[in-house]
Design a protein around this ligand. Structure first.
Ligand code: HEC
Length: 146
């Protein structure tokens, strides 16, 4: 219940149009700061991408993680919002260039630390365990498959 409320609060604050500042204007630049980049890139997903792992990740993405509220059920980001509403749009996960430009470890860093100054909050440990975060990352990788 607490988790659900937090997701709702995040979503409401965002949709209420509170200022969302651009921490990083270029979608292709890693969101991980320079000093943390090498270890983040090297960190491997400890879970293998089995149908069970992906299924669990999907349930989190659509459910308690609230990821779909911003990234879209189809991973294509928000639709129907006026252009310029967000300086940093929720990432579009279906873009193959984006998929290739990130390691799982970099995505994990964002789930642990958030992206400062944007609507992307840190989700670990308040909403997700480390294990659940790796599951949802395995699911995000499915958006790379056309
Ligand atoms: C309230 C809106 C919101 C919610 C909810 C949300 N995100 Fe995000 N997410 C964003 C925004 C905005 C960015 C882009 C941040 C930036 O540009 O600095 C982002 C970025 C990311 C990134 C980093 C992408 C990159 O380029 O490295 C990952 C990974 C991510 N989100 C995963 C998730 C997952 C998994 C969930 C659910 C557990 C989730 N997000 C929930 C808004 C959201």
């Amino acid at each position: 219940m607490a988790v659900t409320s937090m997701g709702l609060i995040i979503a409401c604050l965002t949709f209420a149009g509170l200022p969302v500042h651009a921490a990083n204007p270029d979608v292709w630049d890693s969101l991980v700061p320079e000093h943390a980049l090498a270890p983040a890139r090297a960190e491997k997903n400890p879970l293998s991408s089995t149908p069970e792992t992906i299924e669990r990740g999907k349930a989190i993405f659509l459910g308690k993680g609230f990821c779909a509220a911003c990234h879209g059920r189809d991973g294509k980001g928000l639709t129907g919002i006026p252009p310029g509403r967000f300086e940093n749009e929720p990432r579009i996960f279906t873009n193959p260039t984006w998929q290739q430009s990130r390691t799982d470890g970099e995505l994990m860093w964002v789930l642990r630390n958030g992206s400062a100054g944007t609507a992307m909050a840190p989700f670990i440990p308040l909403v997700l365990t480390e294990d659940e975060a790796w599951q949802v990352i395995a699911y995000i990788r499915q958006f790379a498959i056309p």
